[in-house]
Write a protein of this length. Structure first.
Length: 760
């Protein structure tokens, strides 16, 4: 039976991991071809294209011309986008590509969205070049077929990496941004893996049903939607849905070690992932393009998930009945087990109370393993736990969950009996289903269904003394758990990396709690309390512990940085134009040998005021002949100061840091209306207030900072250019290292500290 359960787990996990075979460049006209899409990437996704860069302009112009050639009406409006966070206001001059194809008898707007900018150190072939290329290929395929009934809008945004600036400007200023519609947004957080529909707008029942029917190979489940809603992450879809668009959000997120690095390249892009991205986009766009979009409106969400490759689901109206039914079934299981003398009241209570132990132990051990790995290999921490070969460590963390369950069984099985153990496992899984029904309904199925089937199998097992029937019912219940839970365990491990590995270990324990009847059946073959399980249980536990240790050692061996899977570094050059001192600065916890060629200690006393952000390594650097940013006072009032900021050396970005907290900021760019942000909280590990402006025009920008004091204070302005190649003394990285993802790395920064007078 163990082999059968393992086979179901393996089929489920491999099925969720599969991607589509890429269609070559000469594929049929009406189908999506990754081969054709790659030809677009070769034109604009071979170099970094951060907001305001020449590469960004080239990409924007290429996309616009391709859409015009496809017969769409194209405009490139200029605007200032804004984003606020704790103690921070970010502004940016953005230029979105907005293209329109009117429908023949429109019932609404279908919007396809992606962003053409990339992280400053990354070519962004996947993030988000693949989605942009997929849009161009999808538009071509759509134009090759019958005209769409509904209006098609293509939105290719600018400034997503700096805080959704392009999407924010679109929904705030563009007429199409306020009309609403159905948006399909496409992203990437890695370079491989299936294209997963991981987020929806509220009341998604109609859209989810259309997606399940239209997409040839749908991936995603409603638990991912609930998890994502709880996370602080966001994408352009966040801005669109906040402005009234309903819709779906797609991404592939494996191979995340290359995310936001030079490794997000054409060479590393999985063509199968691009194919899956495009197939989803084309199929769903066709279906939406021909539908009466008004009929898709719903007043509820839908629970949905895949079972052996088939998408199934039900209305959220069934969530609470299933949750209540699962708990009632567990209670019936407990009562019957007691009446048939398979469990005592004391045994049931002891088993139920002690079942919290493996959950706690697994979570602690999973996090402890990550802490150990980060201590042994500081590079793992620098990569945020997104490793090139995470599978051995993921399996080891799963092994810790298995060990926690086995240890609990060895401790309690001979004391309380198998029936009490099975009731306890089903109870906690079912109770979690009730909690989810209240707070995350789309995830409740993960627990209510396994708890229900396990309780029903237990009722049969204690009520009917037929081995063949027990094997059939327990095996069926185990198979259902093995279909549902491993998929979400895999998504958690891949989605959050190893940093929160304890969450994956805990989920493995929940799976184990639903499989205790299988353990009992295999080890003992009956519900009695006799000690037959202890010897095979010890052997199994020792084997699992040994395998977990071997997996950790294998992971350490496989995740050694080399040219194919480089480690990450952080380095910046900072010049204080006031003192004339220059420094190399690194935020690495433990600098690499290459980084140590530039930094030597942690003395930050010479850095410009307010520059320090967290613990930094520093080293003296040769100075460059570069003027600092120009800061000119325009006005000063009791609660605000207005300055004009420009970069004489033509830097595309400027950051202002204030030694007093800010409550808001307004940016005014020549030719554009003022744009404001309300700021709450303060910045950590640096001066409390910060304002950024990306895509800084040559003539500069006027910024009003709203503060809560009339007193004098200091303001440090830092202009930034990307790339260290021209910095004096810079030593090129070896092939086994790349620039990391922190946004203030790989820049030449020149700082000017400006004294702001007290209010008159």
């Amino acid at each position: 039976m163990w082999l059968a359960v393992a086979a179901v787990v393996g089929i489920t996990v491999m099925g969720e991991a599969s991607v589509q075979r890429a269609v070559p460049i000469d594929g049929a006209t009406g189908v999506f071809s990754a081969g054709r899409a790659v030809t677009h990437l070769e034109r604009f996704a071979t170099e970094p294209r951060p907001l305001g860069s020449p590469a960004s302009e080239r990409a924007r112009n290429y996309v616009a011309e391709e859409l015009r050639a496809a017969g769409l009406t194209v405009e490139i409006p200029s605007a200032v986008g804004v984003r606020d966070a704790a103690g921070l206001a970010t502004f940016g001059r953005v230029q979105n590509v907005v293209a329109v194809l009117p429908g023949t008898d429109s019932t609404g707007t279908l919007l396809l969205a992606a962003h053409y900018d990339s992280a400053a150190v990354s070519p962004g072939a996947s993030d988000d070049g693949a989605a942009v290329a997929a849009i161009l290929e999808t538009v071509r395929a759509l134009r090759a077929g019958p005209a769409l009934r509904n209006d098609l809008v293509v939105l290719v945004t600018d400034g997503e990496e700096d805080g959704l600036l392009g999407a924010e400007a679109f929904v705030r200023e563009h007429p199409l941004g306020s009309q609403g519609g159905i948006a399909l947004n496409f992203e990437a957080r890695g370079v491989t893996g299936p294209s997963v529909m991981f987020e929806t707008s509220r009341d998604n029942a109609g859209l989810v049903s259309l997606f399940a029917d239209a997409a040839p190979h749908p991936r995603g489940d409603s638990s991912m939607v609930e998890i994502y809603r709880l996370l602080p992450n966001n994408s352009d879809f966040t801005a669109l849905s906040g402005a009234g668009f309903s819709g779906l959000n797609f991404a592939y997120f494996e191979g995340a070690a290359f995310y936001h690095t030079a490794g997000d390249s054409l060479a590393n892009l999985d063509r199968g992932s691009l194919q899956h991205h495009g197939e989803n986009m084309l199929a769903v766009a066709r279906a939406l393009g021909e539908s009466d979009l008004r009929s898709l409106a719903a007043k509820h969400d839908r629970t949905y998930f895949r079972v052996l490759g088939v998408m199934v689901g039900y209305s959220d109206g069934a969530v609470w009945p299933l949750a209540v039914l699962s708990i009632l079934a567990v209670m019936a299981f407990a009562v019957l087990a007691h009446r048939r003398r398979h469990a005592t009241v004391g045994g049931l209570l002891a088993a139920t109370g002690s079942a919290l132990l493996p959950l706690l132990v697994a979570a602690v051990l999973g996090q402890a393993l990550w802490s150990l790995l980060a201590w042994l290999q500081p590079q793992y921490d620098a990569m945020g736990g997104l490793l090139h070969q995470p599978l051995p460590f993921q399996a080891a963390m799963a092994g810790l969950g298995i060990l926690a369950v086995l240890g609990w069984l060895l401790l309690m099985r001979h004391r309380v009996g198998g029936a009490a153990i099975a009731v306890a496992g089903a109870f906690w899984v079912g109770l979690l289903g009730v909690v989810c029904a209240a707070y995350a309904p789309g995830a409740a199925y993960l627990f209510t269904i396994p708890a229900l089937v396990c309780a029903l199998a237990g009722i049969v097992a204690v009520g009917v003394d037929r081995l063949w029937l027990n094997v059939a019912t327990i095996g069926t219940a185990a198979a259902i758990s093995a279909v549902l839970l491993p998929a979400v365990i895999r998504n958690v491990f891949n989605g959050v990396g190893l940093v929160f590995g304890g969450a994956g270990s805990l989920l493995v324990v929940l799976l184990g709690l639903t499989l205790t009847q299988v353990v009992d059946l295999v080890w003992v073959g009956r519900w009695a309390k006799e000690d037959k399980a202890r010897r095979p249980g010890r052997r199994t536990t020792i084997a699992a512990a040994a395998m977990t240790l071997l997996l950790v050692l294998a992971g350490l061996w496989l995740n050694t940085p080399d040219t194919d899977q480089p480690g990450r570094t952080h380095l910046a050059y900072i010049l204080d134009s006031g003192t004339g001192q220059a420094f190399w600065v690194s935020a690495e916890t433990e600098p690499t040998d290459w980084t140590r060629r530039h930094v030597s200690g942690t003395d930050t006393s010479g850095l410009p005021p307010g520059y320090q952000r967290g613990t930094l390594w520093t080293g003296a650097a040769s100075t460059i002949d570069a003027p600092g940013p120009q800061v000119t006072l325009r006005s000063r009032t009791i609660d605000s100061v207005t300055v004009h900021v420009a970069s004489p050396r033509g830097a595309p970005s400027v950051t202002l840091r204030t030694e007093v907290p800010i409550v808001g900021a307004t940016a005014t760019m020549p030719g554009e209306a003022p744009v404001s942000a309300v700021v709450e909280g303060t910045r950590a590990n640096t001066w409390p207030g910060e304002i950024r402006f990306r895509g800084l025009p040559a003539e500069g920008v006027e910024i009003t900072v709203r503060i809560g004091t009339p007193d004098a204070f200091r303001l440090t302005a830092i202009d930034e250019t990307h790339g260290l190649e021209d910095a004096p003394g810079f030593v090129h990285r070896p092939a086994n290292l790349v620039a990391g993802t922190r946004e203030d790395g790989d820049i030449v920064a020149v700082a000017t500290t400006f004294p702001v007078p007290a209010a008159p």
